[in-house]
Ligand binder design. Structure first.
Ligand SMILES: NC(=O)c1ccc[n+]([C@@H]2O[C@H](COP(=O)([O-])OP(=O)(O)OC[C@H]3O[C@@H](n4cnc5c(N)ncnc54)[C@H](OP(=O)(O)O)[C@@H]3O)[C@@H](O)[C@H]2O)c1
Ligand SMILES: [Zn+2]
Length: 366
């Protein structure tokens, strides 16, 4: 098959379009013919220097939508007589009982062990043995990818492959941050940093769907206009002003209830300053660096909470996909590029001019 491979970490020039053997599935795995694979910022770091990357040579790609091409002998498929329990169906978790060759699917990108204390407690996102598809396994910058059968989720015909590929990492992360970790409520004020980012553009919609009032930041007027199109109540160009000052003005000195952080070093102090009393800052990333200044006095005087969040759980992704199917959440696609243009897609993301997701699509004729 054709794939984008890197043999050593480094710049975009390390990404090569090559012929590699098709993945061989184990008995409990499924082979998926990739129709669309989203690019994530994690891919840039993985290509550059993240030490967790395996195997080498490596194929990136955590967000995959496609068709089931082969099902392992022990995977629970439609050829099995057993029907899924009704409660699984109700929760959307019994979907795996329908997996069959040719089915349109999306892959839940967190490959969790299923037997550690956190997995058993239903907190899969804390699994110590977790591998992220395309990061600690080969991923979807290829014509085929394999994944455990329990990670395969069928998608309805209402959702295109590109839309489905735009969902997992960004919407799952944003949902886990805002709904599960920060417990965002209707009527609250939420500040979403860099709302044109993959996670930010998902968070914007989740926050609006939750009935929150949204303050969005971005570095260009064009991105701010798009953020408004997608429902932001206020859009702030943080390159021109201290966004915490503007947030304070717009909230009559109060601040926001929740800050959605993923930028890190450059913004963390202003993010803390933007919070109202009892406010929650929820963070998943450090795009601009790990180390931040914090005025500790603000934290205890205003009784703030700083909440960490990483990826999410399969049940959350199933719920998100239902909302996408119902048209209540809309994956935002910046552009779809042929697979062989992966290096170009990485450059576009590095130049940070995109709004929403960049999607790679292998040759659909193969
Ligand atoms: N822990 C998790 O579970 C998890 C999951 C997904 C993503 N993340 C993290 O969340 C962050 C965003 O990911 P993404 O895939 O949404 O990224 P993305 O689509 O590439 O968006 C990143 C945006 O951040 C803004 N930005 C601000 N300062 C920047 C800087 N110094 N360098 C580059 N960009 C900067 C830019 O928008 P403006 O120019 O408008 O500011 C840029 O477009 C990343 O750090 C990623 O690793 C974490
Ligand atoms: Zn586990």
């Amino acid at each position: 098959m054709k794939a984008i491979v890197f043999h050593e970490q480094g710049g975009v020039e390390k990404l090569r379009y090559e012929d590699v053997p098709n993945p061989k599935i184990n008995r409990d795995e499924v082979l998926v013919r990739v129709r669309a694979c989203a690019v994530n910022r994690l891919d840039l770091r993985a290509r550059r220097d993240r030490p967790e990357v395996a195997p080498m040579p490596h194929i990136l790609g955590s967000d995959v939508a496609g068709d089931v091409a082969e099902v392992g002998s022990e995977a629970f498929t439609s050829s099995t007589d057993a029907s899924p329990p009704a409660c699984w169906e109700a929760e959307g978790l019994g979907l795996r009982a329908h997996i069959k060759v040719g089915e349109r699917v999306v892959i839940f990108p967190c490959i969790n062990c299923g037997y550690c204390v956190d997995c058993i407690n239903g907190d899969e996102s804390l699994c110590d043995n977790q591998k992220v598809l395309g990061f600690q396994t080969n991923g979807g910058y290829a014509e085929f990818v394999k994944a455990p059968e329990r990670n395969i989720i069928p998608i309805s015909d209402e959702i295109s492959y590109a839309e489905a590929a735009a969902v997992p990492i960004t919407f799952l992360t944003a949902w886990h941050m805002l709904i599960t970790r920060a417990n965002l409520n209707a009527g609250e004020d939420v500040l979403i940093l860099s709302a044109g980012s993959g996670v930010g553009s998902a968070a914007l919609q989740i926050a609006k769907l939750s009935g929150a009032r949204v303050f969005a930041t971005a570095s260009t007027e064009e991105k701010l206009a798009r953020a408004k199109e997608f429902g932001a109540d206020f859009a702030i160009n943080y390159k021109e002003v201290d966004f915490s000052d503007v947030v304070k003005q717009l909230t009559k000195g109060r601040g926001v209830d929740v800050v959605f952080e993923h930028v890190g070093a450059d913004t963390f102090e202003q993010s803390i300053n933007s919070l109202a009393k009892n406010g929650r800052l929820v963070t998943c990333g450090v795009t601009s660096g790990n180390m931040a200044r914090i005025n500790i006095r603000y934290i205890y005087q205003k009784q703030l909470s700083i909440i960490g969040s990483a990826l999410g759980n399969k049940r959350e992704l199933v719920k998100i996909l239902k909302l996408v199917e119902q048209g209540k959440l809309k994956p935002i696609i910046d552009q779809i590029l042929p697979l062989e243009k992966a290096a170009y897609a990485h450059r576009l993301m590095e130049d940070r001019n995109h709004f929403g997701k960049l999607i790679l699509a292998p040759n659909p004729a193969i």
